[in-house]
Design a binder for this molecule. Structure first.
Ligand SMILES: [Zn+2]
Length: 500
């Protein structure tokens, strides 16, 4: 009798407490907790998740980075990526090796972080660059908790304060319970849990897309298998604003044995070079009378060229964002006072090169580009963004570069906009050539290291650019860039020969 009474009291109190949640946030958290609990059980259980001390993950497959392909429209030829990630959670050590190929570039790097100290090993250039302490801290590890659902759920059970239910949704034709929580790097993650299998099908992060505005970045997990006590996915696919951007096979080892050697330097010799600057300062470089490069627009590695003509200004490249471009416009007007910006030319259609176009369109500038980019510019001008073009909308006006070249001149100053395509980085690729000043301004064809690192073997993008310069017989002293500092032609030649 007594036992039965106690049992009844306990049961009642549990039932009452669930119904007694007063606010919507409380109820939302309770329902998210229930979904999380089922997901944790389905993937191996809480105790098993908490027993994870190390992981080794291998991802490999094709990539189609959004607004970074050689053409603005499909069909696209994919690039390639292979990644091996080893994390020792117990001792805060990480090793990330990535090999990527696409758009006229090849990269192979290993990042090793141990005890808050990091090094980036470039396997092509054979250099070892220290990673500043600010970038090799705990925060650096957080993004990797999103690589597999097991680590993601382990984060969620430790962060139930921000846990909320988003309700139910259909994904891939199946019913899902969706909850959200905030990770230590401030990313708010929406986790989709299959209502029947209770496995995590995908998670979403919200991001701003230059063409569609607020949009989702989705990581879709599939093809679950059993590894020890865990269920782990074997496919890892990313969609950005609805576009498939990567399709990877995933191989996960949980609690592989690790030792100090696992976090040592890669084999072979690497030359130790200086660390990269931690911050970038906005500054104006005067290349010649009336010719300026606005460096580090919005304190990012983005530059804009401004050239004074008799009664107006010609700008080449509008990278970054509307806010960044607004600041660049201010700098341009200070450097070249009393003249309107009549034209803004773009080198190619990639997202990082056109993010500031809306401000120049708002300013009244005519967009100079190659024919295939017209629709991208129209889309960006119509995108749902919050900036001055949104307050006073107008359609972009165009001056198209047809037959490979357009020359702007006022008799004294000339700018030749030359389409050097088809180029491996972008099929239509424009450079700005100033014959009097013997200056070229280019984007993504050649980079100079901001530190004392050598370049390594030349990239296909640079080799193709060098070949076109020769064919066009351009006389050049300096090459200014959308990313990085202005180089001398001698530095460029060394890079092409792979001598630096
Ligand atoms: Zn590009």
């Amino acid at each position: 009798m007594l036992r039965r009474l106690i049992f009844c009291v306990l049961l009642t109190s549990t039932a009452v407490s669930a119904e007694n949640l007063e606010t919507l946030a409380e109820r939302s958290q309770a329902s998210a907790r229930a979904v999380l609990g089922r997901a944790v059980d389905a993937i191996g259980g809480e105790e098993t998740l908490r027993s994870i001390e190390s992981v080794r993950l291998q991802l490999e497959g094709e990539t189609w980075p959004r607004l970074q392909m050689p053409t603005p429209e499909p069909p696209f030829t994919g690039g390639f990526m292979r990644e091996t990630l080893l994390i020792d959670f117990k001792n805060n050590r990480l090793r990330l090796e990535q090999q990527a190929r696409g758009g006229g570039f090849e990269n192979h790097n290993s990042i090793v972080i141990t005890a808050g100290e990091g090094t980036n090993f470039d396997h092509r250039a054979r250099t070892a660059t220290p990673i500043p302490a600010g970038q090799s801290n705990q925060q650096q590890f957080v993004q990797y908790y999103r690589r597999i659902p097991n680590l993601l759920l382990r984060q969620a059970i430790d962060r139930t304060d921000s846990l909320r239910s988003l309700g139910r949704d259909t994904f891939d034709g199946r019913q899902h319970d969706v909850f959200t929580f905030v990770m230590p790097d401030t990313q708010q993650v929406a986790v989709y849990v299959d209502s029947q299998t209770h496995l995590v099908s995908k998670y979403e992060l919200l991001t701003v897309d230059p063409l569609t505005g607020e949009d989702a970045s989705e990581i879709v997990f599939g093809d679950y298998t059993t590894v020890g006590k865990f269920r782990v996915p074997q496919s890892w696919n990313q969609h950005l604003a609805g576009d498939a951007v990567s399709k990877f096979k995933l191989r996960a080892e949980i609690n592989p044995s690790v030792d100090d050697a696992s976090f040592g330097a890669p084999t072979g010799s690497f030359a130790k070079v200086d660390a990269l600057p931690d911050t970038l300062q906005e500054e104006v470089e005067r290349l010649a009378d009336g010719v300026f490069v606005i460096h580090n627009v919005a304190e990012q590695n983005y530059n804009t060229l401004a050239v004074a003509m008799k009664d107006h200004i010609v700008v080449v490249e509008a990278p970054g964002s509307s806010a960044g471009a607004d600041r660049a416009i201010k700098q341009i007007k200070q450097a070249i006072p009393g003249k309107p910006i009549r034209y803004v030319a773009m080198t190619h259609h990639h997202s990082d090169h056109i993010g500031g176009l809306r401000s120049f369109i708002s300013e009244g500038a005519i967009v100079i580009t190659t024919p295939a980019n017209r629709s991208v510019v129209e889309a960006i001008a119509a995108a749902p963004q919050i900036d001055r073009l949104a307050k006073n909308p107008r359609k972009p006006e165009f001056l198209l570069i047809e037959n490979g070249k357009r020359v702007l001149t006022d008799g004294a100053q000339s700018i030749e906009l030359i389409d050097i395509g088809p180029h491996p980085h972008a099929k239509e690729m424009v450079i700005a050539y100033l014959p009097q000043q013997r200056v070229v301004f280019q984007g993504d064809l050649f980079f100079v290291s901001p530190n004392n690192a050598s370049q390594g073997p030349p990239q296909a993008s640079t080799v193709s650019f060098a070949k076109r310069i020769k064919e066009l017989n351009l006389a050049i002293d300096r090459i200014a860039s959308v990313h990085g500092r202005t180089a001398t032609y001698a530095e460029f030649q060394k890079a092409v020969e792979g001598a630096t």
